[in-house]
Structures are given as structure tokens and as C-alpha cells.
Ligand binder design. Structure first.
Ligand code: ZN
Length: 256
């Protein structure tokens, strides 16, 4: 979500501009039943109102329909040829024209381009958002406490579930739990009120901090995501497990 938030800021540069042309060379990239012709008909001549983000989904609102943009692992957004100021780790600096999966041209001559080498992202017309939970940056301590209490899922899997809290990916969740001192395998409902409070503080704090640093790969635990590594906080040998289907690093000493 950190990367997507930086793309939302990039997308905001298109606010107020009028769409004159839709670039959709890859029908496979359009999801949810959309076709190039349908998207063209729906948004050509429309003005961009602004951008929003829910979890990892970027929403580009027009005075007609809304476009939903997903970036997968390797997608990035350029407006008038420029991306975010910071270069992100998973993006490639090379500009191969065949990687442009979607784009919009505006009446002022500028353009928006979604570049995605691995083709893991998607574009959806009027995406439904009911399946998404509250965005991680908006969730309140009370919401978190109530939702955690209703689940016996491991904390790690719970936080990755986009239908509960939207926006947290694998690296981010490991960093949050490491900072909060919580074992990723703990059942969600086993947290006491003080632990929920600490978790909430770290969800918000970690996202904000890594956003400033420039991406979800800039966490303190990141350097220790290798076999045989030790905890940057206390030097204990880190544990590597698969929880919620994802590789999980944690410290058996201070994460309880
Ligand atoms: Zn530790």
C-alpha cells in the first residue's frame, strides 16, 4: 500500500484534466468484464476529479465512472513521463514500450501510463469495494479490538486478509509485528487490550515511517530476511516460518 499511496499522489496530477484517448493495448489486463471498447466509451471526454486509495487499490474518479488500478508486484504509474520522486525497489528504470498495459491521454497533451513488466496488475471499470476492509491508515483502535476478538486466525494471516484491514502486504506485516513485539502465530483473539493498542500504534506508525523512507522494503527487519539472520533489536536467532501461506520472519525472544 505504501507504493500505491505514492502512485495515488502521482495520479493526483491528472485532477481536472479531460480524457481524450484511452490506451488499452492488452485486453487481458482489463478485469471484471471490462473490454478496451467499453472503457473507451465510458471515459473518453470525461474529466478526472481526483484519486483515492483503499488498501492496494487505486481509484481514479472521473465525472463519469471510476477506474480501479491494481499494480501487482511490478506495476508503476507515470504521469507526463514522471513517477514518484523516490525510485522504488521493485520497479525497473528501463522503459520498454511493451510494458505499458494501460494509459490515458488528456486534452492538454499529457498522459498517464501504467507500466507493468510482469503483468500482475489490472484495470477495472467501476470496481466494487465492498469486499475490502477498512484501510489500514483509517482503522480505529476500537474497530481493531472488536474485529480481532472475533477471530482465531493467526495474527499474521489476519493482518494480511484484505477483507479485514486493507493494504498490508507480507513485508509490512512482519515489520509491524516485530515492532509491536507480537508473535505472528498468536491467535488474533488472544490479544489483551494493551496489546491491541500497541498493535494499532505500530500499524499506523510503521506505515507512516516506511512511507517516509520510500517503500515497504525499507523496514528495520528487512536486512534480516535471510536464513541465519539475527534480530536487529536483541541479537536472537530469527525464526523463519510459513504462516498464512507466506514466508514469515520473527524473533522468538521479544515477539510473544
Ligand atoms: Zn528480538
Amino acid at each position: 500500500m505504501i507504493e500505491v499511496e505514492t502512485y495515488r499522489q502521482v495520479a493526483e496530477r491528472t485532477a481536472g484534466r479531460v480524457i481524450t484517448e484511452v490506451i488499452a493495448p492488452d485486453d487481458w489486463y482489463l478485469k471484471g468484464g471490462a473490454t478496451a471498447a467499453a472503457v473507451r466509451t465510458a471515459v473518453t471526454g470525461r474529466a478526472v476529479r481526483g484519486s483515492r486509495r483503499i488498501g492496494k487499490l487505486l481509484l481514479l474518479d472521473t465525472d463519469g465512472p471510476t477506474l480501479g488500478l491494481r499494480f501487482g508486484m511490478t506495476g508503476r504509474l507515470l504521469v507526463d513521463g514522471r513517477g514518484p520522486i523516490e525510485k522504488l525497489e521493485y520497479s525497473s528504470g528501463r522503459d520498454d514500450p511493451t510494458w505499458v498495459r494501460f494509459g490515458l491521454r488528456f486534452t492538454d497533451g499529457g498522459e498517464l501510463r501504467l507500466v507493468d513488466p510482469r503483468r500482475l496488475g489490472a484495470v477495472v471499470l467501476d470496481p466494487g469495494v465492498d469486499h475490502l476492509g477498512t484501510d489500514a491508515l483509517s482503522v480505529t483502535p476500537a474497530q481493531l479490538r472488536k474485529a480481532l476478538a472475533a477471530s482465531r486466525a493467526p495474527l499474521k494471516a489476519w493482518l494480511l486478509d484484505q477483507g479485514r484491514v486493507a493494504g498490508l502486504g507480507n513485508l509490512l506485516v512482519d515489520e509491524i509485528l516485530w515492532r509491536a513485539g507480537l508473535d505472528p502465530a498468536r491467535p488474533a483473539r488472544s490479544l489483551d487490550p494493551a496489546e491491541v493498542k500497541g498493535l494499532h500504534r505500530q500499524v499506523i506508525g510503521t506505515v507512516r515511517r516506511l512511507m517516509e523512507r520510500g517503500g515497504s522494503h525499507t523496514g528495520d527487519l528487512q536486512v534480516a530476511r535471510v536464513r541465519g539472520a539475527t534480530c536487529p533489536r536483541d541479537g536472537a536467532a530469527l525464526q523463519r516460518r510459513t504462516i498464512g501461506g507466506r514466508t514469515t520472519y520473527s524473533c522468538p525472544l521479544h515477539q510473544r
